[in-house]
Design a protein around this ligand. Structure first.
Ligand SMILES: Cc1cc2nc3c(=O)[nH]c(=O)nc-3n(C[C@H](O)[C@H](O)[C@H](O)COP(=O)(O)OP(=O)(O)OC[C@H]3O[C@@H](n4cnc5c(N)ncnc54)[C@H](O)[C@@H]3O)c2cc1C
Length: 385
């Protein structure tokens, strides 16, 4: 695919940074389930996590398509962008709907790395897919909101200063449209951890720093509200398109990593006196994954371009995420198969990337829900839920 010199330069710069964080670094973090703080700091220092922040607030004011390239290259280098990706897409809600005062207060400090905006509190134990049934409530009390409830899978909460939180401000029975009644808050976690907010880590199959977060009469200033009360669901929807596009780009990077790793290994590994890659039974799965990845990559850039042009890429972002997550998972499986027994050995990094890549057909939105979106909203089939 041809691309502008600026994008090629971004690729080179991310590759150079990632070269400082080789497989041993990630293996050690994975084994101890430790947060890759050094990597996140290096990304921040180089300005990559402020890619979407306008220059007026200290960022580089890049388009989403360029931000997608950053995430893709991180994954293609064998690194794990899940440690930092939320900062890019959460930003979108603040950028589009935050007040000038909120932007002035937070964006420059996020851009310098003084503050981390890494936590996105949407999913709850009883509402992952069904966001509109969430139960965390925020009740106005004078100049404050009082928040009670629980979130789950709030990744990076222990390593973030700020959390974008979705909570119900009007009971579901009292709203005219079911998408109303939810509000978005930018919570300064430094003031509430241990004082109404409790964070409990959840160990998962990969190193993801995810947590449960409990709110017990947590008080935050009313000025933490983003935009208008009750319109929060609408605000996060456009952020979710950005999230899906960036995660799809990460999947493309993962697929590229698996394909390269498998191609290299298949060329080097000799069995029966010749390279295993000489056998079409080994070549074809690699070539098929490459074709699948290239098709998905086109959809990722197309959806980012629709987003950057100010359009609403609901269908495109969903399709990009669907196709890219399936392409990366197919490539992960192929890579293990190509490596035979060595695919299971930690020192090859294949099993680690395999575990990390598994997430993306489930989160941030599962394949079934994307298919049901396309069936209903694009193809006009009857609503299923
Ligand atoms: C490691 C990790 C990190 C995450 N990080 C965050 C985060 O930072 N912030 C955050 O808010 N959330 C986060 N999530 C949550 C994630 O977005 C949800 O797990 C995801 O949306 C699915 O919700 P659920 O787990 O409740 O599954 P459920 O909603 O319980 O669904 C279970 C399965 O049933 C299927 N299903 C459900 N309803 C239907 C239907 N009507 N038709 C067909 N199939 C259906 C789903 O596709 C899914 O496969 C994270 C999750 C994980 C595992």
């Amino acid at each position: 695919m041809s691309e502008s010199p600026d994008i090629t330069e971004i690729r080179r710069a991310v590759q150079a940074l990632c070269a400082e964080f080789p497989g041993e670094y990630w293996r050690e973090k994975d084994q101890t389930r430790a947060y890759p703080g050094e990597f996140v700091d290096a990304l921040t220092k180089a300005g990559f996590l402020a890619a979407l922040i306008p220059e007026a607030y200290g960022g580089s004011g890049l388009k989403l398509d360029a931000a997608a390239v950053i995430m893709e290259e991180i994954q293609a280098a064998g690194c794990n962008g899940a440690s930092a990706h939320a900062q890019m897409y959460i930003m979108n809600t603040l950028l589009r709907y935050g007040s000038e005062e909120q932007k002035q207060e937070y964006l420059p400090r996020i851009a310098t790395g003084e503050l981390r905006l890494q936590a996105f509190g949407v999913s709850e134990p009883t509402s992952g897919t069904d966001t509109l049934s969430l139960r965390t409530v925020a009740v106005r009390d004078g100049d404050e909101y009082v928040i009670n409830g629980q979130k789950i899978w709030t990744s990076r909460a222990e390593y973030s200063d700020l959390m974008m939180l979705l909570a119900r401000t009007t009971p579901r029975e009292e709203v005219a449209s079911k998408t109303e009644g939810l509000s978005i808050f930018l919570v300064d976690m430094r003031k509430v951890v241990g004082n109404g907010m409790t964070i409990k880590p959840i160990r998962t199959m990969m190193n993801h720093s995810t947590t449960e977060v409990f709110f017990d009469d947590m008080r935050i200033p009313a000025s933490a509200l983003i935009g208008e009360e009750s319109k929060g669901f609408r605000y996060i929807l456009s952020g979710m398109n950005a999230e899906r596009i960036l995660i799809a780009a990460e999947c493309i990077g993962d697929a590229k990593w698996f394909i390269k790793k498998a191609s290299d290994y298949a060329s080097e590994r000799n069995v029966f006196g010749r390279a295993i890659g000489q056998n079409q039974g080994v070549q074809f799965p690699i070539a098929r994954c490459y074709a699948q990845m290239c098709a998905a990559e086109l959809m990722v850039h197309h959806s980012a371009q629709v987003f950057d042009a100010g359009g609403n890429p609901g269908a495109e972002a969903n399709m990009a995420k669907l196709l890219a997550s399936e392409a990366s998972w197919a490539a992960a499986d192929m890579c293990v198969q190509t490596h035979g027994g060595f695919g299971f050995a930690e020192e090859y990094d294949v099993e680690r990337k395999f575990r990390e890549a598994r997430l993306y057909t489930v989160a941030p939105i599962s394949t079934n829900l994307i298919l049901s979106y396309l069936a209903e909203h694009v193809l006009g089939l009857p609503r299923s839920y």
